[in-house]
Design a protein around this ligand. Structure first.
Ligand SMILES: Cc1ncc(COP(=O)(O)O)c(C=O)c1O
Length: 382
C-alpha cells in the first residue's frame, strides 16, 4: 500500500522502533514499580529514560513534568478539564481538532465557561486577533500548533508572548508539529504542550504525552495506583504521579523512546523538509489541473506534511478516498478530519476535502502514482 495518512498516525515506523518494541516485550514487560523486583525496576527505568529524552528533546524544566498519556486527545483533556474553573473565559480557534473543540464546547454549553473561537485567514491565525479576544477572565488559550487539515504552522511564539503578558495559560496542541517543527520550551511561552507519540515521534499507537510547565497545576483527573506512596489515602500531589494513575503503556513508551532517538539523531525539520518537498509537487499539480485546488495558503516554510485538496464538482472526497483505497491501494484521509469548524470556514463542510500526508519514508514515485490515480479517477468528471 502507498501510505499517505501520516497525519493520522505514522507508518511505517523506523526499524529501531520495531526492534525496541520487540526487545522490551520479550525482556522487560513488567508493571513498573519503584519499590518492586528487577523487571519492575527495568520497566520503571524505561519510563524515566523516555521522560529524560522528552525533556532534552523539547527543552523542558524537569523530567517530572512529562506525563505519559494514551494519545493527544488524552493529553488535551487532562489539561483542559484539569485547569478550567467555573466562570473562566477560554480562547480557541477555528483550526482546532475536535479533541480541543469538543471539551471546550461542552463546557460552554453547560455554562461553565465562556468561549471565543478566533477565525483564521487562509489557514493562519493573526496574533492580534488573539490579543483582541482576551478579557480579564481569560484563563486559558488553547490552540493548535499546526492545522491537521491544512498543514499550516501557526505563529505560536508571537501568540504565546501575548498570552503570557495577559497572565493566561497557553496550551499548545502539537499533534501535527511535535517531531517536525522545533519546539524549545525553555525559550517559548508554552505552559502546556500536548502531543501524540504515534505521529511524527514514530512511537506506536496508544502513546502520547503532556508537558506541564511551572505555571500550570492541573487537578488530578484519574485517581488510583501510582506504583508508590501506597499508604496515601488520596492521589499523590507530586508530578508526574498526580496525573498518571494506573498501569502505564510502558511497552508503547519503549517504542516512543526509540522514535524520539531516531528523530533527534536525524534532526527536527528533516522529515518536514522532505514532506513539504513532496507536497510541492501536489501543489503544482493542483495549480495545473482544472477543478482542483488546495485549501489554505501554501507557504512551504510554515507548512508541515499535511495538505488538503478541494475536489472537483461531481465527485465527493469520500468516493475518491474509497477508489484510491480499493483500486489503487493508496491510503489518504477524506472528509472533515475531526475539524468541522475550519471546513465550515473553507466552504467544504460537510463533505470535506481529501488530505494527503506523506511521511519520512514516502517517495516522489509514490506521489506521482497518487497524482496519476487522481487523474484517472476524475477523468470522467472533468
Ligand atoms: C491537531 C490534532 N489534535 C489532536 C489530535 C488527536 O490526536 P490523537 O489521535 O493522538 O488523540 C489530532 C489527531 O489527528 C490532531 O491532528
Amino acid at each position: 500500500m502507498i501510505y499517505l495518512d501520516n497525519a493520522a498516525t505514522s507508518f511505517p515506523k523506523p526499524e529501531t522502533v520495531y526492534q525496541a518494541l520487540d526487545k522490551f516485550a520479550r525482556t522487560s514487560l513488567a508493571n513498573p514499580g519503584r519499590a518492586g523486583h528487577k523487571m519492575a525496576m527495568a520497566a520503571e527505568r524505561t519510563l524515566d529514560d523516555c521522560r529524560h529524552a522528552l525533556n532534552r528533546f523539547f527543552g523542558g524544566e524537569g523530567i517530572e513534568r512529562w506525563i505519559f498519556t494514551c494519545n493527544c486527545t488524552d493529553s488535551l483533556n487532562i489539561a483542559i478539564k484539569g485547569l478550567i474553573k467555573p466562570g473562566d473565559h477560554v480562547i480557541t480557534s477555528d483550526l482546532e481538532h475536535n479533541s480541543v473543540s469538543r471539551p471546550l464546547r461542552k463546557l460552554e454549553k453547560e455554562g461553565v465557561i465562556t468561549l471565543t473561537r478566533v477565525a483564521s485567514t487562509d489557514g493562519y491565525l493573526d496574533p492580534e486577533s488573539i490579543r483582541q479576544a482576551l478579557t480579564p477572565k481569560t484563563s486559558l488559550v488553547a490552540l493548535t500548533h499546526a492545522s491537521n487539515v491544512l498543514g499550516t504552522v501557526q505563529p505560536i511564539d508571537a501568540i504565546g508572548a501575548i498570552v503570557r503578558e495577559a497572565g493566561a495559560l497557553f496550551l499548545v496542541d502539537a499533534a501535527q508539529s511535535a517531531g517536525l517543527v522545533p519546539i524549545d520550551l525553555k525559550t517559548s511561552t508554552i505552559d502546556l504542550l500536548a502531543f501524540p507519540g504515534h505521529k511524527a515521534l514514530y512511537g506506536p499507537t496508544g502513546t502520547g504525552a503532556l508537558y506541564v510547565g511551572p505555571r500550570a497545576n492541573p487537578r488530578a483527573w484519574r485517581e488510583g495506583g501510582t506504583g508508590g506512596d501506597s499508604a496515601s489515602e488520596t492521589q499523590p500531589q507530586q508530578l508526574p504521579y498526580s496525573l498518571e494513575g494506573g498501569t502505564p503503556n510502558v511497552l508503547g513508551v519503549a517504542g516512543l523512546a526509540a522514535g524520539i532517538a531516531w528523530v533527534a539523531e536525524r534532526g527536527v525539520d528533516v522529515a518536514r523538509a522532505h514532506e513539504v518537498e513532496l507536497l510541492q509537487k501536489v501543489v503544482d499539480w493542483a495549480d495545473a489541473n482544472e477543478g482542483w485546488s488546495i485549501a489554505g495558503r501554501w507557504e512551504p516554510a510554515t507548512h508541515v506534511g499535511a495538505l488538503s485538496l478541494i475536489v472537483p464538482e461531481g465527485i465527493s472526497p469520500q468516493e475518491i478516498g474509497g477508489i484510491l483505497d480499493g483500486s489503487f491501494d493508496i491510503a489518504i484521509r477524506p472528509g472533515l478530519h475531526c475539524s468541522p469548524y475550519i471546513h465550515k470556514a473553507l466552504g467544504t463542510f460537510p463533505d470535506g476535502t481529501i488530505r494527503l500526508s506523506p511521511g519520512p519514508f514516502s517517495t516522489e514515485a509514490e506521489i506521482d502514482t497518487f497524482l496519476g490515480a487522481l487523474e484517472e479517477i476524475t477523468a470522467g468528471v472533468l
